[in-house]
Design a protein around this ligand. Structure first.
Ligand code: 13P
Length: 275
């Protein structure tokens, strides 16, 4: 991502090119609005809502989209606490069905009812621990859409898959399998989270990130047409204040999905400001 002032110039240039394009019948696509989302995973108590409030105060009127996805038990209270701020609240998972005998689960409708605007789906921790496959993730995406939630769909390869030279194959297959055609025309994001980079302090280098994000973009355009140029492709996996600027300035990186470093307002704000 370029700094905001730079992006404003780019936006102005794009507007000018679009006017020119009307005459020449050439389409100039907009770039995605950056999204920085915090995934609190199974961390946080009622007292942690103070951190979310500090994020809301710190971001002020930023042009970056900012979201916090706390454990579902906190969504209701956090949505109230952040009402009127720029920070959106999201869920970390949703059941594919709207209601029923599914002990311990939570539906997309319940998340929306509690104030969530987005939902993370297909996180590798759920793919691994709960055997979620692409087909189930696609059903969950449909459930999210039924209730007006913006899905953030996660994809990413394991270290073995990367070492076997299969990263692009694995990730693009996950994109094809997890994103149903109903997403066409809807707001959604894809998060590339290499499993070996999550919580390890390891990160791919920018050429590696750009290669995968480029392949995801090409797949999205193939599936949904040119409008998919504006879908933000987030990077996730050990993003922290010290590496955020470098990662966020890589080509096709439209934001970040942040785990550990989203738990402290100061760290999360530093990442938002690195866009
Ligand atoms: P970490 O930022 O803690 O590596 O977690 C990344 C992640 O899984 C976000 O969904």
């Amino acid at each position: 991502m370029r700094p905001l002032a730079g992006r404003k110039r780019v936006t102005e240039t794009a507007a000018w090119l679009n006017r020119l394009a009307v005459c020449k019948k050439v389409r100039v696509m907009k770039s995605p609005t950056p999204l920085i989302a915090g995934n609190w995973k199974m961390n946080g108590l009622a007292s942690s809502i103070a951190e979310a409030k500090a994020v809301a105060e710190g971001v002020g009127a930023t042009q970056v989209r900012v979201a916090i996805c706390p454990p579902c038990i906190l969504i209701d209270r956090m949505s109230d606490a952040l009402a009127g701020s720029k920070v959106l609240v999201g869920g970390q998972d949703a059941h594919a069905d709207d209601a029923g005998a599914f002990t311990g689960d939570i539906s997309a409708e319940m998340l929306a009812d509690a104030g969530a605007k987005l939902v993370i789906l297909g996180h590798s921790e759920r793919r691994e621990a709960y055997r979620e496959d692409d087909e189930l993730v696609a059903k969950k995406v449909r459930a999210a859409l039924r209730h007006g939630l913006e899905p953030i769909v996660c994809v990413g390869e394991s270290l073995d898959q990367r070492n076997a030279g299969k990263a692009l194959e694995v990730v693009t297959a996950q994109v094809r399998g997890s994103l149903p055609p109903e997403l066409k025309g809807k707001a959604f994001a894809v998060a590339y989270e290499p499993i070996w980079a999550i919580g390890t302090g390891l990160t791919p280098n920018n050429p590696q990130i750009e290669e995968v994000h480029g392949a995801i973009r090409a797949t999205l355009v193939e599936m949904f047409g040119e409008e998919a140029q504006v879908v933000p492709i987030l990077y996730g996996g050990s993003v922290k204040p010290s590496n955020a600027a470098e990662i966020l300035h890589a080509r096709e990186v439209g934001g970040a999905l942040v785990g550990g470093a989203s738990l402290k307002a100061a760290d999360f704000l530093a990442i938002v400001r690195a866009v």
